[in-house]
Design a protein around this ligand. Structure first.
Ligand code: GLA
Length: 687
């Protein structure tokens, strides 16, 4: 999936962060670089917001300060991930081009003074971005310190969809390219409904705020168009850099699992190295699960290749309602959890905490209070920990289970006018992911059209949009011996949000061996009983269900659980169907966690998925395997008490105790104790 020729190889796990020296007088830079060396920093992302300094007036460039900081970093052996500065255009550009300002769906024009103030379809912005990118790449191509190019910053983070006139013109072009004739568009969008028939592409608008729910297919296409408009900008900058500096890898930082604005399956094909940013949600106390999900998703986007954590925070962020500081050891646990799941680099936003501006209360590697701080001690300890883990570079995480993840389904589920507001892409993904995380079963994420043959079990918790070709892909997978678990409201519509007819879930009915006549969603807070069928199998007991039920009939499948009461009383709630050489399970409700756990364990057993034993509940455990067969076993205790697990190997690292890590060298044979909040990395040599 990703290019294999242009690789980032620092000879160590990458460690560092966004470096914004333009916020500080040059006297500070020497201290910065000295402290970076002390902390073990080997890579910084430079120049992300420097456009106004580099091009102070239109077409006038000043690279003096950037030359100096690049040379200073180079002289100190710190490598550079050089950014194109296009995420924040200079004030002169907006003053001269006021029509570039983005417009929201309700017609508000966004002003200058923050960042990302541009319409993704603006030709003026594209031209200005291309010019500064060319100047930058021409000047620094071939510089030995520059080992990576960082295009822009978090595309679509603030403005992912623009509804200005320029965007409407670009949308029409995109639609003309997709449909060729307006009659094809009318058919795809179902414009016979509510009398929306179009006589020409020039009559089509963006799905602005309308009197009521706009055409769902139009909304879906606008999401696709908007992801593509940003991707076009990325490609334009990348191609400029590539032409001038062909051997250096190019990336941009995704927000995998945090933002749903870009179809990252498309984007991931366009980068040499997949990089992502991850921030904890301060309101949650089980952030380790969401973090793991983002990391697994990022690894999957990278096609299993190592990836880079481009940003996370040393402690609190500043943009949530209550910004909770990380507890001692938490930063190390977070960082090493990303490494465990395939990251070959750990970077932060940002190196030195800002004194002014919107993000001055955001934590950094070097806090306002300086080096005499817990945070600084943990930052230097983490640098040492990562240095000890250099041998993990390039090793892979292997999964037997894949969860289907598709942005089209995410966007489709966000459309209004559904059977219930309780249908949410992430809600079901998270419910299923958590069960696997707690069982210690590592999962990949897959696109529904991907080759599934390498997985024993494929789970589709939220595959609402199901193209016919994707259903065929799943059909072939199960027929050839794979095991599928599908949740409710999966396989319902095609790519235009048009229902697959003949009973639900239309696209998967034959595979699942069921036929749904009517959706019977539950009221808010309502629960129904689930009764285990006589041949449900070991481990599956009576339980409870919320959110969803269906008037479902068996059509070849057998019932595993049935609704005991409620609108679907007596109807199947969980079914299993032998299909070809494989099996397909249908979970037609939202079971309580213990019941979902039992169902997934039964499906894992059905599929021959190895289920780890000798685990401790709070210990996250992931393995990376090197090409020569060496296994790295990473164990992270997120709980409040010491945990003992079954383990073998040699201890490579002890970390996360708050006071800094130490390299272990003891042999572990049978049992390993992991103190509360700490991390252990074991090596198992190839036999
Ligand atoms: C994003 C951006 C950074 C910074 C951080 C703050 O990741 O890329 O510039 O704003 O958020 O958390």
């Amino acid at each position: 999936m990703t290019h294999t020729t242009r690789r980032l190889d620092l000879g160590a796990i990458a460690y560092g962060g966004d470096y914004n020296p333009e916020q500080w007088p040059e006297e500070v830079w020497e201290e910065d670089v000295a402290l970076m060396r002390e902390a073990g920093v080997n890579l910084v992302s430079l120049g992300i917001f420097s456009w106004a300094r580099l091009e102070p007036r239109p077409g006038e460039f000043d690279f003096g300060p950037l030359d100096r900081i690049i040379e200073l970093l180079h002289a100190n052996g710190i490598r550079i991930d050089l950014a194109t500065p296009t995420a924040s255009a200079p004030a002169w550009f907006l003053a001269a081009n006021p029509t570039v300002r983005p417009v929201t769906a309700d017609g508000r024009v966004l002003g200058y003074g923050a960042r990302q103030t541009y319409c993704p379809s603006s030709p003026e912005y594209a031209a200005a971005a291309a010019r500064i990118t060319s100047e930058l790449a021409r000047r620094y191509a071939g510089h030995p310190a520059i080992v990576l190019w960082h295009i822009h910053n978090e595309y679509g983070c603030h403005v992912s969809r623009c509804y200005c006139e320029q965007s409407v013109l670009a949308f029409r072009e995109w639609l003309t390219d997709r449909y060729k004739t307006v009659e094809a568009l009318n058919a795809a969008w179902g414009t016979a409904f509510w009398g929306q028939h179009y006589g020409g592409f020039d009559e089509v608008d963006a799905p602005r705020d309308a009197p009521t729910e706009p055409n769902p297919a139009q909304q879906l296409d606008f999401r696709r168009f908007s992801s593509d408009a940003l991707l076009r900008l990325y490609r334009a900058e990348r191609d400029i850099v590539r032409a001038l500096d062909p051997d250096v890898p190019i990336t941009t930082n995704f927000m995998a699992g945090l933002s749903d604005n870009l179809d990252l399956w498309d984007w991931a094909r366009e980068v040499d190295l997949v990089a992502t940013d991850h921030y904890l949600s301060a309101a949650k106390t089980d952030n380790q699960i969401g973090l793991a999900l983002s990391a697994d998703l990022t690894r999957s986007l990278a096609g299993g290749e190592p990836w880079l954590l481009m940003e996370h925070s040393t402690s609190a962020v500043n943009w949530q309602a209550r910004n909770i500081a990380k507890r001692p050891g938490e930063m190390a646990r977070n960082s090493l959890a990303h490494v465990a799941r395939g990251a070959d680099g750990v970077l932060f936003f940002q190196w030195r905490a800002s004194r002014a501006g919107a993000e001055k209360y955001h934590s950094a590697m070097l806090p306002h209070a300086g080096t005499g701080t817990r945070l600084w001690r943990e930052v230097t300890a983490l640098g040492a920990d990562l240095a000890a883990l250099g041998g993990l570079r390039g090793s892979r995480v292997r999964a037997e289970v894949a969860l289907v993840w598709d942005w089209e389904s995410c966007w489709g589920l966000q459309l209004g006018f559904k059977p219930t507001v309780d249908l949410d892409f992430r809600e079901r993904i998270d419910a299923y992911y958590e069960r696997f995380w707690r069982a210690g079963i590592t999962v990949d994420f897959v696109h529904p059209g991907a080759d599934l043959s390498g997985y024993r079990l494929v789970v589709a918790p939220s595959m609402y949009v199901t193209r016919t070709a994707w259903a065929e892909n799943l059909r072939g997978y199960v027929r050839d011996g794979g095991t599928l678990v599908a949740s409710y409201f999966t396989g319902i519509v095609d790519e235009n949000d048009a229902v697959h007819l003949g009973g639900y879930p239309g696209a998967l009915r034959d595979i699942l061996g069921v036929r749904g006549e009517e959706f019977l969603p539950l009221r808010e807070g309502e629960q129904t009983g689930l009764a285990a069928d006589s041949d449900a199998g070991a481990g599956i007991r009576d339980g409870r269900a919320t959110r969803w039920a269906e008037d479902l009939a068996l059509d070849g499948a057998s019932a595993v659980l049935r609704h005991a009461d409620g609108p679907a009383a007596g109807r199947p709630a969980v079914t299993r169907h032998g299909f070809g050489a494989g099996a397909a399970w249908y979970v037609a409700t939202a079971p309580d966690p213990a019941t979902l756990d039992a169902v997934l364990r039964a499906a894992c057993a059905d599929a021959g998925v190895r289920q780890p034993s000798g685990q401790a509940e709070d210990v996250e455990r992931v393995r990376r395997t090197a090409d020569d067969g060496t296994v790295f076993d990473v164990l992270i205790n997120h709980g409040p008490a010491e945990a003992v697990v079954e383990a073998q190997g040699r201890e490579l690292l002890r970390a996360g105790g708050g006071a800094g890590g130490e390299s272990g060298d003891g042999a572990v044979d049978g049992r390993l104790s992991v103190p509360a909040g700490e991390v252990r990395v074991l090596v198992i040599d190839p036999r």
